[in-house]
Design a protein around this ligand. Sequence first.
Ligand code: TYD
Length: 137
Amino acid sequence: MLDKCQIIDLPKISDPRGNLTFIEGGGRNVPFDIKRVYYLYDVPGGAERGGHGHKALHQLIIAMSGSFDVVLDDGNEKKRVHLNRSYYGLYVCPMIWRELDNFSSGSVCMVLASNLYDEEDYYRDYDSFIKAARGGN
Ligand code: TYD
């Protein structure tokens, strides 16, 4: 499952006046249709975000500014991904527990999501997530 969670190289138009990256819907740059965008900012040093899994949500996580780490866990293995470029997006498929830490000062984490906010789609409890991930439901 974790091999599905890959860095996506977003289009980058380099220009001496400043670079430009774009993300289009309709499955063009990301493997899902974008229904929601949210971002984390003013994250205090040492803080951790995430700490949950999603049943059906697909997400793309981008370090718009600064850097942070995303720890992905599919119930069998874990990997830590360092994000520090605004033209890289980390695709996170459903049924992945994720934790975000190591935020640099002034960093901004933008997340594109395949659906509207729905608390019912969350696993907030790690043991329930593991049970579902290993049991396949
Ligand atoms: P949560 O997803 O737990 O944050 P993170 O994964 O970044 O640590 O959400 C934190 C709170 O914000 C929670 O009360 C739900 C609310 N929230 C919304 O209302 N809409 C949203 O789109 C998101 C992502 C969160």
